[in-house]
Write a protein that binds this ligand. Structure first.
Ligand SMILES: Nc1ncnc2c1ncn2[C@@H]1O[C@H](COP(=O)(O)OP(=O)(O)OP(=O)(O)O)[C@@H](O)[C@H]1O
Length: 353
């Protein structure tokens, strides 16, 4: 008759197929139950990667060994080891999904000083424009309290969970993840700093982003905890600063820029939003929110002014309703496309050097 101790001893010697360490070292034995009357053993083990061919091999190895030791029947459940355990045991040369993402993807945080200047609108439209160019693009709505990306893109679907990973929602060819997907009925998120950092971490590590050329992060406005977390978590992250032409907006945005520079993050450039209103009938431009804020900010930070976006709403399209996505043939859609091309050139240039 098999005892729990004996089962533990047998399982303990079996190696995690990815980490090549025995389960007794990885802490991968989660549960052992022995039903004496039926001589049935059921176990739950955690391994570095579930759903692989190696898991199936390991499963038959466990069954064989336990049956050889006297079990009549064996039941096995698999779970995923926590990321921190995997990191501790990861053999040299094997990259985590997160490391791969950091290495192969241009991560671009879109920041602003003041709220309401159009940071989310800019993030969404840059992501969509790069996807229109044929790039593989992700967009993480890191504005955890003030999430708005899914609504702006007209997303009604919710992400699905596959294995241990969350699959982002695809919209206009962009893989989107947002806190909005995890709260009900637009209720407020009432969290403190550390929880926000943890959520951000989950968004990077537990979302199946796949291969991406670009991952845009729509940061919360200002220089708070989340912006700081992003800078610390993603050392290679680049930044785009959004401002309106108003001097105050540019003055406050400069602080977000300074924060990026102080934490050694490169700023790709400045985008001035709500730059002017252009009359359809006369073609006359009116500088409703003042003039020159974007140019001044770009000069101050020593970076290019990537573009100026006038005031206008997208065309409303009943079939593909997305309140803040400018169509490809919309005058503003064309401006975004040009800015996206500039960003792509800048990134390609840097890759070459
Ligand atoms: N160029 C534009 N023309 C007209 N409306 C615009 C333009 N850009 C943004 N808006 C509108 O301005 C409002 C604020 O934009 P958005 O939510 O993108 O700003 P934000 O800086 O991300 O705000 P928050 O601080 O809430 O994150 C939205 O209603 C948006 O539709």
């Amino acid at each position: 008759m098999l005892t729990e101790e004996k089962v533990r001893e047998i399982l303990g010697e079996i190696e995690d197929p990815i980490l090549h360490k025995p389960l007794k070292e990885t802490g991968g034995i989660l549960e052992i139950k022995v039903k004496e009357e039926k001589n049935h053993v059921s176990v739950k083990v955690a391994i570095a990667k579930t759903g692989t061919a190696e898991q199936i091999q390991m499963q038959s190895n466990i069954v064989n060994r336990l049956k050889n030791a006297g079990a009549a029947t064996v039941g096995i459940r698999f779970a995923q080891l926590p990321d921190e355990v995997i990191e501790r045991f990861r053999p040299e040369g094997i990259e985590s999904e997160f490391e791969k993402l950091l290495k192969n993807t241009a991560i671009i945080a879109v920041a602003s000083g003041k709220g309401g200047v159009g940071k989310s609108t800019v993030s969404v439209n840059l992501a969509v424009s790069l996807a229109r160019m044929g790039r593989k693009v992700g967009l993480l709505d890191a504005d955890i309290y003030g999430f708005s990306v899914p609504d702006m893109m007209g997303i009604v679907d919710r992400p699905v969970v596959r294995g241990e990973k969350i699959i982002p929602v695809d919209r206009f060819g962009v893989k989107v993840m947002s806190m909005a997907f995890f709260v009900e009925d637009n209720s407020p998120v009432i969290w403190r700093g550390p929880m926000l950092g943890k959520m951000l971490n989950n968004f990077f590590r537990e979302v199946e982003w796949g291969d991406l050329d670009y991952l845009f992060l729509d940061l919360p406005p200002g220089t708070g905890d989340v912006a700081l977390d992003v800078h610390q978590m993603l050392p290679a992250c680049k930044e785009i600063i959004v401002t309106t032409p108003h001097p105050t907006s540019a003055f406050v945005a400069a602080r977000a820029g300074t924060m990026a520079l102080k934490t050694n993050h490169e700023i790709l450039g400045v985008i001035e939003n709500m730059s002017y209103f252009e009359s359809r009938t006369t073609g006359k431009k009116e500088y409703v929110f003042g003039k020159g804020g974007g140019k001044k900010l770009a000069e101050e930070l020593g970076v290019p002014l990537l573009g100026q976006i006038p005031l206008e709403q997208p065309y409303w399209d009943d079939e593909e309703f997305a309140p803040s996505v400018y169509q490809i043939d919309h005058p503003i859609g064309k401006i975004y496309f040009k800015i996206a091309e500039k960003i792509d050139d800048l990134i390609m240039e840097k890759e070459k050097n």
